[in-house]
Design a binder for this molecule. Sequence first.
Ligand code: GDP
Ligand code: MN
Length: 375
Amino acid sequence: MDLYEHQARELFEEHGIVVPRAEVTDSPKEAREIARRLGGRAVVKAQVKTGGRGKAGGIKLAADPAAAELTARQILGMDIKGHTAGTVMLAQPVDIEAEFYVSYVLDRATGGFLAIASTEGGMEIEEVAATRPEAVARIPVDPAEGVTSAKAAEIAAAAGLPPQTVDVLVRLWEVLVREDALLVEVNPLVRTRQGRLLALDGKVTLDDNARFRQARWGAQQDEHHDPLEAVAAARGLTYVKLDGEVGIIGNGAGLVMSTLDVVAGCGARPANFLDIGGGASAQVMADGLSVILSDPAVTAVLVNVFGGITACDAVADGIVQALDTVRLTKPLVVRLDGNNAARGRAILADRAHPLIQQATTMDDAADRAARLAAA
Ligand code: GDP
Ligand code: MN
């Protein structure tokens, strides 16, 4: 789950990273009061879970409390890349001398973490990374060793950051570990004209697998932009909306990703994908099918299951069960392999639904689904 800036800010503060004074509100009138409390001037910042707010007009400097109220009124309800600003944060303005970038991110490829740091933080960091990658240092961090002062000094030196940032780098690592985050990012980390170091903007992505021991977030969830994503999430399914025509259901992230590739390789475009996970029951399969079939863009569905803990006969039962509650109006190609595949195939063959066909290999299944989607 991604946190809002103000939540990330709170975590930084708890771990001793200096942040500007700030308060959050959903009311323009209260924004005026907050600005007054902050000393009159305030930076009004849209709270949305996406970057690039500054460029999108979601971050504005207000010169006095009246301007803060007006600005908050403008920003509240603003759409930024599909995210609606429901609240604004008002922060005490800071005199910026330099903007740095620092982050730690899980690097699944190496089974470790990566420290990313640059002296050229701020709104253009993506551009800097793309056009001048040498200006962005990337240092692997061994999760067992973590970021000690020595490691932080190494990161700072590699990026050309001043020695003053070492303490922040150590504390930011503490945030990542203690809060069970997959990503912690400060952009910009600023040095003020008075020589202080402040985290002006923060992004934190929490590891949902650790939610059970991070009780403070309660039932809070990422907002879902697609209504079907919300329905799927409520049923504990991972569903992602894409732009194509072939609906895809699989078990396990790896198999689902490969299925997307194979479908694309057949010249079709995936409309969405749904991972029924390991240990999926017939009910999960039925729920999954009903979600995928409710997507009007879907013209054919591909079910690709490699039976492991989830036996193929349970998946086949789920498909047959789903036919009782969901009216199948689109062709369905099913490929079952692995645990109890023969039994699963027999169940579907017995049901003999005119819109369901079976394939024995993933390539064949994808090819058929692609043709049916285009027909
Ligand atoms: P983002 O666009 O979503 O990354 O939002 P940020 O919070 O990073 O703000 C974007 C930019 O606004 C920063 O890089 C700063 O240059 C500027 N900014 C934000 N807060 C302040 C502030 O208090 N004072 C000044 N002078 N600039 C600020
Ligand atoms: Mn930023």
